[in-house]
Design a protein around this ligand. Structure first.
Ligand code: PEP
Ligand code: MN
Length: 669
């Protein structure tokens, strides 16, 4: 039952209710609601709801209609995100805004086999390594797994590539051995209803992936999950792996409709195992993609370097290059369903001096992944656009000479490079004073949940008229710029109606074209920096009609960077801004309630932006900047942190989701 407590309930009454429920053998979960606190109580004893309703401090009691309680959406509305940490201190999140790929062989066979396959699947983008060591085989004469040796090898190989490991547990007797090595327990299809095993594994509190039984209904799957939750773990991932039907063409029949059905019934993450579902190697890729399209939070796939020699399930194991192709397909598909693909950060080795004197290439790489990242002694900052673009200028102003730069063709590539640890920082625009918000980047801030804002800078956009040395204004016939560049300089351009205006991809690109053509009849409207990169001279400067043309950029870094720095923020000095993203509850007055929190804390909200949540029609996220300037010698940072923590605490109760994007220093140039 769900017990809604009265507003302003006293501590004493709350504890009395908790004790009463516990005395009746009910497990109590406290959920902080928008205005009230809620107790979720489940257990074997059927307690008359009226007995609870009369207790002092209880507002209402709502029975949960489903046979499964803690697994149901009635019990918990928000999606559960299961977090698993790797040996590098990174967190893999299953059930959030990223799709995860778990890959590896059916069974651990040898050290060499595990290291080979771990290397391959990690390179292709898997974030966890699978491998069975205790195999539940149909025949007692088939390979039964390497046992303890198997889980040890699995863990060694996983750790070598930063991949947490998944392995199936078939008997509670194996718990003492497996607890030392396994990050995520798998309960296999054949054991889905082994209730004693479910209870024992649930008691460990470890995360569990629960596979749907060969002939289990969706409700039976959820009842099995309920066993795990009731026993004490709150980290359960459901796995659709195909069910028995009359169809003989595939090993099982993959029930993709289970994904949207489960999504409505439960808050638990849902992954799909296309390997055991289909059983035929070349049919697995399309079904893996279909699972992502249907909304799965991830896939678990069997991959083997020599499947023809595999000791189990060779026929359904992908070759590493097939898995790589599947991952590239998922990369393309994920944004269509409003998601990104989770990756382990690679981190890169520094080779001192490698960058000395390097000149930037002029074109950004499309697709991000192909761009060559500089590897010098300095940290690396990515931006979007050509060299000399405004973002490039923002990097120079913010970091001075302190970073090397790399450019990408899309904002998303900048976020990805930061998320995957291929660069240290990213510089992206979020707002222009004349053109408005850069929505793409608000969406990216929501989507890339491991990326933080660590700085901000506002740049005055000052357009120059640039031409090759020796050119004069009187001789100009063609002017090149981005389509936005012309209207921004309309007053200046009206003085030269005879000029032909030529649109380019970007203002930086315009400078490149003028330099390459080499004609004194051409000019570009672009930045001073674009002129310098291309050896152009300034014929005029500050030619924009409205001098109040500013763009605000934010500096991105991976959340781990902050942690690596011992919780201190990278750019010293007092923090002036805090940025948060939140999703309000879908009810009247919800935003009003949230704004009240800023008012109550006497905080200046300097920006509020609303964006549709990708892939979830009519759900909106709100992005807010707050002024957290807290004067005081040395105490500024602590005070700013306190301010933000207090706001977050108050807002948490009023929102479905909330995330601190960063606490940082805002700079003006
Ligand atoms: C496995 O993952 O290797 C396995 C045996 O899966 P299932 O329990 O789904 O058959
Ligand atoms: Mn298998």
């Amino acid at each position: 039952m769900v017990i809604i407590l009265q507003k302003n309930i006293s501590k004493e009454n709350k504890e009395n209710i908790r004790s009463f429920l516990k005395a009746n053998q009910l497990r109590v979960n406290e959920i902080i609601g928008e205005e009230d606190t809620i107790f979720g109580a489940v257990g074997m004893v059927r307690l008359d709801p009226r007995m609870v309703e009369v207790l002092p401090g209880v507002a209402r009691v709502i029975p949960i209609s489903k046979p499964y309680k803690m697994a149901s959406r009635e019990f918990k509305k928000e999606n559960t995100i299961v977090e698993i940490r790797n040996n590098r201190g990174e967190t893999i999140r299953i059930g959030g805004s990223k799709v995860v790929a778990i890959a590896g062989p059916c069974a651990v066979e040898s050290r060499e086999q595990m290291f080979d396959i771990a290397r391959h699947v990690a390179a292709s983008g898997a974030v966890m390594l699978r491998g069975g060591a205790f195999k539940p085989r149909t025949s007692p004469y088939a390979f039964q797994g390497l046992g303890e040796e198997g889980v040890r090898l699995l863990k060694e190989a996983g750790d070598a590539f930063g991949l947490p490991v998944v392995s199936e547990i078939v008997s509670a007797d194996h718990l003492p051995v497996m607890l030392d090595y396994v990050d995520l327990f798998q309960i296999g299809a054949r054991n889905m209803q082994n209730f004693e095993l479910l209870k024992r594994v649930g008691e460990t509190g470890r995360p569990v992936v629960l596979k749907r039984g060969l002939a289990a209904t969706i409700e039976e799957l959820l009842m099995a999950a309920e066993y795990l939750l009731a026993a004490g773990t709150d980290r359960v991932i459901l796995c659709e792996r195909g069910i028995r039907t009359f169809e003989q063409a595939t090993r099982n029949t993959l029930d993709l409709s289970a994904i949207p059905i489960l999504r409505g019934l439960t808050h638990l993450p849902i992954i799909v195992d296309p390997s055991h579902a289909v059983g035929i190697r070349d049919k697995i890729t399309p079904m893996g993609l279909a699972a992502i399209a249907a909304g799965a939070d991830g896939i678990i796939v069997e991959v083997h370097c020599s499947p023809e020699r595999a000791l189990s399930d060779g026929a359904q194991s992908l070759y590493p290059d097939q898995f790589d192709k599947l991952m590239r397909g998922i990369d393309v598909l994920a944004p269509v369903v409003g998601k990104e693909v989770a990756r382990i950060r690679k981190g890169f080795a520094v080779s001192p001096g490698a960058l000395k004197g390097a000149k930037p290439s002029s074109q950004p790489a499309a697709g991000g992944g192909e761009q060559k990242i500089p590897r010098g002694t300095k940290k690396v900052c990515a931006f979007m656009g050509a060299w000399g673009a405004w973002a490039d200028q923002a990097v120079n102003r913010f970091f001075g000479d302190g970073v090397d730069e790399v450019n990408f063709a899309a904002f998303r590539d900048v976020f990805r490079a930061v998320s995957e640890g291929r660069v240290d920082y990213g510089m992206v625009p979020v707002e222009n004073s004349l053109a408005g918000s850069v929505y793409d980047n608000y969406d990216n801030l929501y989507r890339f949940e491991d990326v933080r804002i660590v700085g901000a800078i506002t740049l005055r956009i000052e357009h120059c008229l640039l031409a090759v040395p020796g050119a004069a204004i009187g001789g100009i016939k063609n002017v090149f710029s981005h389509p936005h560049g012309f209207p921004q300089c309309s007053v200046f351009l009206e003085q030269h109606p005879e000029w032909k205006l030529v649109e380019c991809e970007s203002t930086a690109d315009a400078a490149v074209r003028v330099a390459q053509a080499g004609s004194p009849e051409n000019a570009a409207i672009a930045s001073e920096l674009a002129g310098q990169y291309n050896g152009l001279t300034e014929l005029a400067r500050g030619i924009e009609s409205n001098p109040g043309n500013y763009t605000r950029f934010v500096v991105l870094a991976h959340e781990g960077t902050e942690k690596d720095a011992g919780g201190e923020f990278m750019f010293s000095g007092d923090m002036t801004k805090g940025s948060i993203i939140f999703i309000t509850k879908n009810k009247p007055g919800a935003l009003y309630g949230c704004l009240g929190v800023f008012h109550k804390n006497a905080l200046n909200l300097t920006r509020l932006e609303s964006r549709p949540v990708p892939g979830e029609p009519w759900r909106h996220s709100f992005y807010a900047d707050i002024d957290v300037t807290a004067p005081g010698p040395g105490g500024g940072i602590q005070r700013s942190r306190q301010i933000v923590e207090s706001v977050l605490g108050d807002l948490r109760a009023k929102t479905e989701e909330i995330r601190l994007l960063g606490l940082y220093r805002e700079r003006d140039c």
